[in-house]
Design a protein around this ligand. Structure first.
Ligand code: TPP
Length: 545
């Protein structure tokens, strides 16, 4: 008779889950044992639960299947919580399996016990706990369905260590994944009529079109078909630049932090916003200000709980974004001639914001120039992962992303994501170049995970921006309290030596004269750590520089 742990792993393997990330714990020793003999699930041993969780999130972004992380109770779960939050904000399916205290100790504040129902209530889509081994097949099937269904997100399954080791008599359940919900025909007809009439429409594309694991029903291809057929300018929601070719005449830019005023003013003139597969959260809506009152909105989201919050929609459709595009395909597209001028106007406004200033700075190079260099050398199938920090800003606004290139960046803004994401990407896609940009702040949070890449021969190219500062925060500080630097200065190790200790070939980039060598090193196969002496002055407000 298999143990509950073996049943659980069998279920995941049956769904095509072929990799899980862990930091081991005595609280789930039976799960580790179930994986010992398993030839279909690759267990990646990580150096922190935050790193393991971020790797699982990144893996899910690339596969479209749930990322799986295994962590120990209490401290392990606390470390992993950052990935649960990121999966929720990024709409990524994540299954966090937490070893729990023995069932007789539950709710007795035992050693390292946490009640995960309470802990994760605000950030996980669903939280379960098995108190009997026979519940495990049911609970893991439910965890899978909850992570994948509607707007994907994180689930947490608490597994008492003794329950995991017990025999499980209940059979495996097949996974239930409902077909993507199509819109009602009457709504499709109304949507087509609105699209036909609109002179100044904007298609706002979000997470619902990020469907990497399904080539036959690829959200990016569907989005492009829709935009081209109906001549709709496309804007993407926060940090989803890789949904649509940014060099396409219909690409109007992203909705991100601090969109330029002229672009915001133009977006506010749209006579129809088709928000497709997005939750319309604060940054995408420019602080809840767009779509503005009076602008026509069609909001399509797979989960009706996200419809009608702050933005009354003329047409609110609780449906899958791809299914909506497929339904529209039966209607002959049309566009008023006046729309072409609008498309050109949005395009011009976007391009006006893509320029990067070139120039020398006494304290190093402007990282925006490094980002532009990445754009010029990145292969058509490159994967770029970003940590959170001001070094990342040009990657979002100044570069042109072209699918199948991928940009793995945390919508949650979590520092520490970049390096683990790059390691996960290099493991998942060994034949694609993987480049990671990270600041000196984020680097020392989770970059220990480079050891995982090293151990497995996975190739990551690291761009480490060393500006001696938590610069994003320093910028805010200079604006709010000029000249009063508090808590934002960093005393760094010698990053070149640090990277060399991980056996990464190191290149120091101290000035613009080093750019040709950097370009060459980025183009060459194999791992790399480029330690960039980044100018802080280049990003500080003028008064502080
Ligand atoms: C886990 C986490 N802690 C804190 C923050 C707040 N925060 C956002 S950016 C930033 C500074 C990033 O510094 P660094 O990595 O050096 O990049 P830089 O901004 O200097 O380019 C901080 C502290 C965060 N987003 N995530």
């Amino acid at each position: 008779m298999p143990t509950a742990a073996e049943r659980l792993i069998e279920f995941l393997a049956a769904q095509g889950v072929d990799r899980a990330f862990c930091v081991p714990g005595e609280s789930y020793i039976a799960l580790l044992d179930a994986l010992h003999a398993h030839n279909r699930v690759d267990l990646v041993t990580c150096r922190s639960e935050g790193g393991a969780g971020f790797m699982a999130v990144a893996d899910a972004k690339l596969t479209g299947r749930p990322g799986v992380a295994l962590v120990s109770r209490g401290p392990g779960a606390c470390n992993a919580s950052i990935a649960v939050h990121t999966a929720e904000q990024d709409a990524v399916p994540l299954i966090l399996l937490v070893g729990q205290v023995e069932k007789r100790d539950l709710r007795r504040n035992a050693f390292q016990e946490i009640d995960y129902q309470v802990m994760f209530r605000g950030i996980a889509k669903w939280i379960g706990e098995a108190t009997e081994p026979d519940q495990v097949p049911e609970l893991i099937a439910r965890a899978y369905a909850m992570a994948m269904g509607g707007v994907p997100g994180p689930v947490v399954l608490s597994l008492p260590e003794d329950v995991l080791a017990m025999e499980c008599r209940a059979p495996l359940l097949p996974a239930t994944l409902p077909a993507p919900l199509p819109p009602a025909p009457a709504d499709v007809a109304r949507l087509a009529a609105l699209l036909r009439e609109a002179e100044r429409p904007i298609l706002l594309a979000g997470h619902g079109l990020d469907t990497p694991g399904n080539p036959a029903d690829d959200g990016r291809a569907a989005l492009r078909r829709l935009a081209e057929a109906w001549q709709l300018p496309v804007a993407v929601s926060f940090r989803r630049q890789d949904l649509f070719p940014n060099d396409h005449p219909l690409y109007a830019g992203d909705l991100g932090l601090r969109n330029p005023d002229a672009q915001r003013a133009a977006f506010a003139e749209a006579d129809l916003v088709l928000a497709l597969g997005t939750r319309l959260t604060d940054i995408t809506t420019q602080g809840w200000s767009w779509p503005a009152p009076g602008q026509r909105l069609v909001h399509v989201c797979a989960d009706p709980r996200f419809l009608g919050w702050l933005f009354p929609a003329e047409l609110a459709i609780a449906a899958d974004a791809r299914a909506t595009i497929a339904a529209l395909a039966a209607t002959p597209p049309a566009a008023p001639a006046a729309r072409q001028g609008w498309i050109r106007r949005l395009r011009t406004l976007h391009l006006a914001d893509c320029e990067v200033a070139h120039g020398d700075h006494p304290d190093g190079v402007a990282f925006a120039e490094v980002a532009k260099l990445v754009e010029s050398v990145a292969a058509p199938n490159a994967i770029v992962t970003l940590d959170a920090g001001t070094f990342g800003a040009p990657f979002y606004r100044k570069l042109a992303w072209r699918p199948p290139q991928r940009l793995l960046a945390p919508v949650s803004g979590a520092m520490g994501f970049g390096v683990p994401a790059a390691v996960a990407a290099a493991l998942r896609c060994p034949d694609r170049p993987v480049i990671c940009a990270v600041g000196d702040g984020g680097a020392l949070m989770t970059s220990g995970e480079i050891a995982v890449a090293m151990a497995r021969g996975a190739s990551v190219k690291l761009l480490l921006s060393d500006n001696g500062s938590y610069a994003s925060i320093r910028i805010h500080q200079e604006k709010a309290h000029p000249g009063r630097v508090s808590g934002t200065t960093l005393e760094n190790p010698d990053f070149a030596q640090w990277c060399a200790a991980f056996r990464l070939p190191v290149l120091r980039v101290d000035s613009r004269a080093d750019f040709p060598r950097l370009a060459e090193a980025l183009r060459a196969p194999g791992p790399l750590a480029a330690v960039v002496r980044t100018s802080l002055q280049a990003v500080l407000p003028r008064s502080a520089a």
